[in-house]
Design a binder for this molecule. Structure first.
Ligand code: ADP
Ligand code: MG
Length: 252
């Protein structure tokens, strides 16, 4: 990977739910291949921000670009027009998403979980999907579980499968929303190890997590959010070792 794709630009993004402003004029520029950790108290807008990057949440103001391409919109002249659902689905191929609760299909084996969507949407042939799934099961160290059922796997193994599934179409960007929060403490490390491996692969990562040790080890940028705003951002050592904002100091 040449680290040339996966640049994310967030410009003046605001998003309200009723009267509540979940995102308030958020701007952020993330370099290709960079690792960004988003920290902040519950309700500060972290998940909403991730969801806007994938257009799972429509923004009220501002815009988001990946490698210059507007997410959910197309520029014509000096105006932005909303894309049709099919064009949005095509953009989403560039972004892998991993949630707290894995969400594997319980009625499908591990291998079937990986190949189901790309084959159904005709993004990969069945043969290519099986090959790709095999490679990714090696990456997450679970090839021997290809024919297992999700319920027979530990939470850590299920989350590693969910990560492999999100990588099937080789996204430029991977978003992780509290990927270890639902896990028993002894299983957190194996999932963080997979994310660290990805960090070295050149995929742009945005990780919402409370794992400050992980942030210290792998983050190029640390962003701290409060009440829908970025109150502090900088290198890991800046934000984690010399926080300037009172809320960041109290959080760490
Ligand atoms: P975080 O992930 O930092 O805990 P969220 O982005 O989930 O925060 O939420 C930010 C704020 O927006 C919270 O006050 C939450 O209640 C509100 N919110 C998020 N999603 C919705 C929604 N779909 N409908 C209404 N309010 C929402
Ligand atoms: Mg959240």
């Amino acid at each position: 990977n040449l680290h040339t794709t996966g640049a994310i630009t967030i410009t003046g993004v605001s998003k309200s739910f009723g009267k509540h402003k979940a995102l308030d004029n958020v701007s952020l520029a993330l370099a290709p291949g960079s690792v960004t950790v988003i920290l902040g108290p519950s309700g500060s807008g972290k998940s909403t921000l991730l969801r806007t990057i994938n257009h799972l949440e429509r923004v009220d103001e501002g815009f988001i670009q990946i490698d210059g391409e507007y997410i959910g919109y197309q520029r014509r002249g000096d105006k932005l027009y909303e894309l049709k659902e099919r064009a949005i689905l095509r953009q989403r191929i560039n972004v892998g998403y991993v949630f707290q609760n894995f969400n594997l299909f319980p009625h499908l084996t591990v291998l079937e979980n990986l190949i189901e969507a790309p084959v159904a949407h005709r993004q990969l042939t069945r043969r290519a999907a099986i090959d790709r799934a095999g490679e990714l099961l090696d990456v997450v160290g679970l090839r021997h579980k290809a024919d297992a059922w999700p319920r027979h796997l530990s939470g850590g193994q299920q989350q590693r499968i969910a990560i492999a599934r999100a990588l099937m179409l080789n996204p430029r960007v991977m978003l992780f929303d509290e990927p270890t929060s639902a896990l028993d403490p002894e299983l957190v490390g194996e999932v963080l190890d997979v994310i660290k491996k990805l960090a070295r692969s050149g995929t742009t990562l945005v990780v919402v997590t409370h794992e400050v040790g992980f942030a210290r080890e792998v983050a190029d940028n640390v962003v701290f959010m409060v009440d829908g705003r970025i109150v502090e951002q900088g290198s890991g050592s800046q934000v984690l070792n010399q926080p300037r904002h009172e809320r960041t100091k109290r959080f760490l």
